[in-house]
Design a protein around this ligand. Structure first.
Ligand code: TRP
Length: 333
């Protein structure tokens, strides 16, 4: 049976958190067995934020080492660097010409970023078109995303449909998105009404995948719970956001439903509950870190893996861009 194509990408922005693991990378791990997966390190996307450019090379090696440490296997899937496959750029221009400025202005992420910066570069506005190009270039059937990317996927489908209609031919596959199973965002440890974000100035809000083990213990011990007496461990985002966040984290990393966990914790004190959480998180993170340091020291190996990924992705991308150019009368010589 022919496997369906999956495309997903992550930006090499450094300092990955447990949220990245739960929201993106643990899903990549599972999907590699079932689909023909293209997993891309989106270095071109990260250019839209000038803060990330200084450390781009280190960030790429860091993120690749983490991807490999999680068990995402370059033999099973295609792991590659976005900028190495120039076809992304070729398709990007073409798609731009079928995208309206009004559409891009309506993107929620763009609207939010506009508020944060004084000067807005055009890359920031066109960022979703580059995403469309990534997705459509590999005839992707499925794109795993979080809630914050739904609008970008809808845009991709609209642009693809628009072009197919214009040429009266199905040049592009219409991709479907797969929403991550865990519906709940990973929240800050000290302020569980706020999303955990790697750019938070208070690092005690965040569990980084490369945090040292003792500081993880400390951070979770300090995480906000509530003052229910007797302690009650159940999921209630509104009234028990701290406990709910911790429940969600273990549920995601252990693949156990929240319902089942609630049963397990019926007579637990908050202290024992946290002890359990700490053990589970440390088990996961130690495992990732042991392998991480092995890979990270071997830049030669990392480059080789990206080179292999490049060959695999390029073959696909080149064939598809040739087809697209043929259908649209580009490069007629
Ligand atoms: N913009 C995505 C993010 O920051 C990363 C990304 C780039 C992506 N291209 C993509 C995700 C294509 C899905 C499909 O998370």
């Amino acid at each position: 049976m022919i496997k369906k194509n999956v495309f997903s990408a992550i930006q090499p922005t450094g300092n990955l958190t447990i949220g990245h693991y739960i929201g993106v990378l643990s899903n990549w791990f599972k999907m590699q067995y079932k689909y023909n997966c293209f997993f891309c390190i989106a270095d071109l996307h990260s250019l839209t934020n000038l803060n990330y450019i200084k450390d781009l090379k280190n960030n790429i090696f860091d993120i690749l080492s983490i991807i490999l440490s999680i068990g995402i296997d370059p033999q099973k899937c295609t792991i590659f660097l976005q900028s190495s496959v120039s076809e992304h750029m070729k398709l990007y221009w073409f798609l731009n010409c079928y995208t309206y400025i009004g559409e891009l202005n309506r993107m929620i992420q763009f609207k939010e970023k506009k508020k944060m910066y004084k000067k807005i570069n055009c890359g920031l506005m066109n960022y979703p078109v580059l995403m469309c190009s990534d997705i459509l270039l590999y005839k992707s059937d499925y794109v795993p995303i979080g809630y914050d990317q739904i609008q970008h996927l809808e845009l991709t489908k609209n642009i693809a449909k628009r072009i197919n209609n214009f040429y009266s031919f199905d040049i592009f596959n219409l991709p479907k998105y797969i929403l991550h199973k865990n519906k709940f965002k990973i929240m800050s440890l000290l302020d569980p009404f706020k999303k955990m974000s790697k750019s938070d100035l208070n690092i005690n809000n965040i569990i980084f995948l490369l945090d040292n083990i003792n500081s993880i213990k400390e951070k979770i011990n300090n995480a906000v719970t509530d003052s229910d007496n007797p302690p009650r461990i159940f999921f209630d985002l509104k009234n028990k956001p701290g406990i709910s966040n911790l429940l969600n984290i273990v549920s995601s990393i252990k693949n156990i439903s929240i319902k089942e966990l609630q049963k397990k914790f019926i007579n637990f004190t908050y202290k024992d509950f946290k002890k359990f959480i700490i053990n589970e998180i440390i088990f996961l993170i130690k495992n990732i870190q042991n392998k991480y340091f092995f890979f990270r020291k071997r830049e030669f190996l990392l480059k080789k893996i990206l080179l292999n990924g490049y060959f695999k992705a390029k073959k696909y991308a080149k064939k598809n861009i040739n087809d697209i150019y043929n259908y649209t009368n580009l490069n007629i010589i």
